[in-house]
Design a protein around this ligand. Sequence first.
Ligand SMILES: Cc1cc2nc3c(=O)[nH]c(=O)nc-3n(C[C@H](O)[C@H](O)[C@H](O)COP(=O)(O)OP(=O)(O)OC[C@H]3O[C@@H](n4cnc5c(N)ncnc54)[C@H](O)[C@@H]3O)c2cc1C
Ligand SMILES: *[C@@H]1O[C@H](CO)[C@@H](O)[C@H](O)[C@H]1NC(C)=O
Ligand SMILES: *[C@@H]1O[C@H](CO)[C@@H](O)[C@H](O)[C@H]1NC(C)=O
Ligand SMILES: *[C@@H]1O[C@H](CO)[C@@H](O)[C@H](O)[C@H]1NC(C)=O
Length: 735
Amino acid sequence: MKLPSLAFFFTVAVLCSAKEGYSREESLDTHDYQVDLSPSDVLEDELKNNGSLRARALKKKEWSFKGKKGDDMTSSSSSKGECGVDYCEAKQISLGGMKTCLKEHFDHLSNLYFPEDGDDYSFARHTAYSILRYPAAIVYVEDVEEVQHALKCAVDNGYKVSARGGNHSYQGIATMDGYVVIDMGRTCKPDEFVVDKTDQGPHILEGSKYIGTIKAQAGCTNAIMLAAGYEHFGEDAGMTLIGSCPSVGITGFILGGGAGDISPYVGYGVDIVKEFELVLYDGTVVKASEDENSDLYWASRGGGGGNGIVTHLTYKIVQAPKQKYEEEKGRKFTLLFLHMFIKDVDKAAKRIQEWFYDADPLITGKFGGGFSWSTGPFSDPRVDSILVYLGSWREAVEDLQATGLLDGEIFDVFPMPLRGHGDVILSENYEVLCTSDKPCPQFEDGMPPRPPPLFEDDLPPMPLRGHGDAILSEDYEVLCTPDKPCPSSAYEFNSYAEVELQNICVGSLFHDWLFSGSHNSGDFCKDLGIADDECKDDVQKGLPVRKPKLCNKVVIDAMMEKAADPSSFMNSHGPSLELVDLVRKSWPGAENATMSEFLQFISEDLTKGLSGASMWPRLDDNLFAEILQNHPEASNHLQHGAALKVDPDATAYPWRNAAFQVEYVSDEEANSFLELLVKEGVPAQGYYAYLNPPGMKKWRSYFFDNKWKELAKIRAKYDPKDVFGKPLTIESLGE
Ligand SMILES: Cc1cc2nc3c(=O)[nH]c(=O)nc-3n(C[C@H](O)[C@H](O)[C@H](O)COP(=O)(O)OP(=O)(O)OC[C@H]3O[C@@H](n4cnc5c(N)ncnc54)[C@H](O)[C@@H]3O)c2cc1C
Ligand SMILES: *[C@@H]1O[C@H](CO)[C@@H](O)[C@H](O)[C@H]1NC(C)=O
Ligand SMILES: *[C@@H]1O[C@H](CO)[C@@H](O)[C@H](O)[C@H]1NC(C)=O
Ligand SMILES: *[C@@H]1O[C@H](CO)[C@@H](O)[C@H](O)[C@H]1NC(C)=O
């Protein structure tokens, strides 16, 4: 199915007069949380229009909002005088003036692109998920001064501006139709990071602390921060929170919340940023922190942005918790695959929610990551988790036991042999069946009878002993006995960066060349710079690719090196243009398509299924039991523990009541879940970083609760001319 909702951007992209367009109260109504799926004729018009930007930019009437019932901004009748400022009243939108101004400061075709630049322009506007956007200009800036120049050229000539970071917005809203896009990617210079090891202090959970800060440029990615945290604070078990995709930009991530595997211990991304630096619409450089412009600091922490262009962020580096069995240095981090059947679904629902909301956060906060539940016609409901645990494997099991998650009356936790690839394979009775020296017994289908392997096709084979210390060994007898069930498998590492890279390696990075997580060439081994004997051939989407055989130390080390390099394949969205060209030439029926058309085709493919995520608060146990049994779902990033301990008013990010972040794979699924929840009286709470398609009437309160009103006032203060306004960004609104 087509995702027509993107077409709404063409009506609202240059919106100036939204003030009348929405009520100051947004009340709860199931229907209002539904995404509008009706096909739109606007997209068709746009296609016929040949994307002719200039025609539209110069026609003043095109700059006003075409009200359409059920539209994102609802109906607005007024078309002039509503800006309250002279910006929208600019006599003439002057493309010439803007262009001349930009050309004076930036090198055309090396860091400056206009619609007339053909393929160069197409490449520059093509981002992970933006379809058919036609910015008036795209400028690649390197520093604060260049941000100021670009802004001035745009604002003086009546243009709106959008900053672009890692290009990962689900709705592609960094690249806006008719705007001057300021791409921040080239500002990222890890050599110029400011590392301060003297700035230390307590963090959210009792006893937790940050052990220093790193000031980074806004155009950096999550992987850069992971690598920088490792380089400067790895020995002291310092961590920088990242999400699941290395190439996600840090600024969009933080402005939308920022959820990752260590959120239960360190909180959201917004909870680790100590200070922002921004350039405001008029070129002023400001800081935003607890002490300076604290309203802007508050708004930048999860309010979705729109107040200025962020140029720097200062991150707190939080130290992993102390461990029972280890020295303070040389801590362990474990990637834990936990699989269990649910024997008693009512008790399980209660126990699971108690675990997330009532148990000691100093224990549960050490477990973060993904949690999914499913059921099948022939099996009991089951829960499958891939968890990053801040401690050793041995402690993980003890902690799970102490908090009731391995209760044999409720759950049937099973050891899952690693499909014959590990050094050690355990039987169901936890005896060692085989090791690398001792051949495995032959089972009928090559495996013990149950459970059915998860992700059989997706998961690369993994050596049991990865590259941390040994994990499962006969020495760990305490973990795997019949009355102390043994979780399925685990990998121990000596740093947070390694465990995170292992998760990314076994997760998504090499599974699909088209996946926007890496700018790959189709030969991941070449991209990684690893030797041929570490690699194997594969076929993905009909295209031969090369990828690593295993997620072993060689691969993780190579990933670490690439993570640290802003120009590497790991730090921008993919696939590479060479690869796209190759695919285009071999794609049936696409041989005559232009690169631009083919890029659009790929973007459309990628955009399918980006239907946002909602934050589930504690549910009634019966409702949760019903969901566990009948509605398979997954929470991508568990957000219990520290993420919930922050005062809900401390940041613009509102959902300090919800441990589960459930991402939907289709609009229909999103709608049916929201309907189910809202009908049961559960508030509909949206996660802004996983932006829904426009079309939802109550998007302001869905994403920001009642904080959107405060956000609107703050925008009016810092962006009075609405230079940064765009769809799904809270409007600039005075008292
Ligand atoms: C594959 C994938 C995986 C993801 N995984 C996670 C995850 O694990 N956890 C999570 O929380 N989120 C995740 N996200 C969501 C991600 O955090 C958001 O999409 C985020 O907005 C991306 O930021 P960006 O800079 O890459 O995107 P962009 O598209 O470049 O920008 C996103 C928004 O931020 C604004 N912006 C960017 N830079 C600046 C700046 N310097 N100043 C002002 N505004 C700016 C843009 O204008 C735009 O509105 C994921 C997204 C993808 C596509
Ligand atoms: C569409 O764009 C192409 C290339 O820019 C141009 O040659 C053609 O005339 C345009 N067609 C219309 C209908 O504007
Ligand atoms: C964002 O996308 C543009 C266009 O493809 C690209 O030039 C730029 O390098 C990207 N930025 C990052 C950080 O990937
Ligand atoms: C591509 O162009 C060639 C030459 O004009 C034509 O014969 C062929 O049918 C075209 N293919 C498609 C899929 O349109």
